[in-house]
Every structure is written in C-alpha cells, then in structure tokens.
Design a protein around this ligand. Structure first.
Ligand code: GDP
Ligand code: MG
Length: 245
C-alpha cells in the first residue's frame, strides 16, 4: 500500500544525535500509520556513513515505516538532501521533512502530520508564547528573529518563522514548482515558501514545542551571511519573474 506521507530527515554527521530521536519517531509514526521515513545523508565520510547505516538497518528490523538509508555522492546541503529524498516519494501525497536532532519531538511531528487534509502546506513555527515550550539559546533566538523579520519584510510575506525544521507540503503543489527551485542550503525553505505561495498553495504556520539540542551545524556567522545572500537572490529572482509576466 502507498504511504500517504514521505518524511525525510536530512543528515550530515548525525550519528551521535539521531539515536536519541529516530527510534521514538519510528514508534510514533508506526502508531500513526501511512508515513514512510527516509534518512538522507550527504557529505559525511565513509566511517560516519557506516555508523548511520548500522543505526538505520538495526531499526528497520523493527519498524517497516523506515526506508533504507539514502546517501548522496556529494554534499548538496540541507535543502538538496530534502529534495533528493522527496524525489523518491513512491506515490506519497504529502512530502515532509524534520531535523535529525529531535528538537521537535515525535508527538509534535505526529500532531502536524495529522493536520494535513486540504491542499495547504503546514509549516511548524517556533513562537514563544504562553502555552508552548520553545527553548533556544538566546543568541540563536535573537539571530533567528532578525532573520525571520528580514525574510518577512524583504519578501512581503507575513511569515513568523520560515526556518523551522518541520514542514509538510502537498506533493501536487511541490511538483508545480520543483523545477525552478535553486537554493539547496539552509535558506531553501524561504524559496520553497515563496514558490508555493506564488503558485497559489496556501501555507499554515503552526506553533510547536521546540527544544534546541546542542551540536547544531548552523554556523551563526558564516551561515547567517550565506542565508541573507540567498534571501536577497530569491527576492531578485521573484521580482524578475513577476515583471516578466
Ligand atoms: N543532508 C544534509 N543535512 C544537513 C546538512 N546541513 C545540515 N543538515 C541537517 O539539517 C538539520 C538541521 O541542522 P541542525 O544542525 O540541527 O541546525 P541547527 O540546530 O539550526 O544548528 C539536521 O538534520 C542536519 O543534519 C547538509 O549539508 N546535508
Ligand atoms: Mg538543530
């Protein structure tokens, strides 16, 4: 039977962190049903790949929802890995991804996946409000808020958090835009967001619980600069494509 959702976990050097998340995620998704999980690893060395393969193969003996590890021959970045995974959708109507570190807990992943239904995309959002638990280092929270505000203002999209590591997208909407997506690094979700909106797919942001896990790969200086540059390029391309209509 075809799964309804393909949930990709993009991974680069995650063998130390994923063990605290993947078994519980597999358990949660097995109970939920209709979800296939695929770990996509790129750019790690052979030793790291074999550690990941061992983790995945051991869990596959227990959980049929977990697909075998997908490895890419070169490092495409987080977005490139997500898109490479989504290309193997196997007929799933929904394409999703979640970060490997478990910052977003399996019950939260299940809660968002269960919200799929109409043709809307669902983006998790780290909103610090009463009633939700969002724990991040102060400097990451601050930089994240500056970035999110820039994205929102530059692209004229009232988004609160374009970068949260859990998103669920209708495959039909993704297939309309996939051939024009160019960003494969950490800013890929910004391009994905505007392309979906521009093609008429609405997006619902859903506040989630988020517990930052140490060992993150984002370098606050280097990657913030690259992400800001990517947002500027996304904005320019979007402006050009609108004036060419
Ligand atoms: N496949 C792949 N995944 C990546 C790459 N860079 C980051 N990721 C994944 O993207 C997710 C978010 O990264 P993370 O380090 O948790 O970000 P941070 O917590 O914001 O610093 C994790 O699952 C990473 O393994 C990459 O180059 N390739
Ligand atoms: Mg993280």
């Amino acid at each position: 039977m075809t799964d309804s959702v393909l949930l990709v976990i993009p991974c680069s050097h995650e063998s130390a962190r994923i063990g605290g998340f993947l078994p519980d995620l597999c358990r949660e998704m097995s109970v939920l049903g209709g979800v296939a999980i695929m770990v996509v690893e790129d750019g790690s060395d052979a030793e790291e790949v074999s550690k990941m393969r061992f983790i995945i193969d051991s869990l596959r003996a227990q959980f049929t929802c977990l697909r075998s590890l997908k490895t890419l021959s070169s490092n495409l970045g987080k977005g490139g890995a997500v898109y490479a995974g989504w290309a193997d959708h196997g007929g799933a109507d929904w394409l999703a991804f979640v970060d490997a570190d478990g910052a977003c807990s399996p019950p939260e992943v299940a809660r968002l996946i269960k919200m799929r239904g109409d043709a809307r995309a669902i983006f998790a959002s780290r909103v610090k409000i009463l009633g939700r638990q969002v724990t991040r280092l102060f400097k990451r929270h601050l930089l994240g808020r500056i970035y999110a505000t820039l994205v929102s203002e530059l692209l004229k999209v009232p988004v609160y958090d374009s970068q949260c590591g859990l998103k669920v997208v209708p495959r039909a909407a993704f297939e309309k835009i996939s051939n024009r997506l160019q960003v494969t690094g950490f800013a890929f979700d910004v391009e994905l967001m505007v392309a979906l909106l521009d093609t008429g797919c609405s997006i619902q942001e859903v506040p989630i619980d988020w517990q930052e896990i140490p060992g993150g790969k984002v370098n606050l200086i280097r990657d913030s600069w690259r992400m800001a540059r990517d947002v500027w390029q996304i904005r320019s391309r979007r402006f050009r494509s609108k004036t060419n209509l």
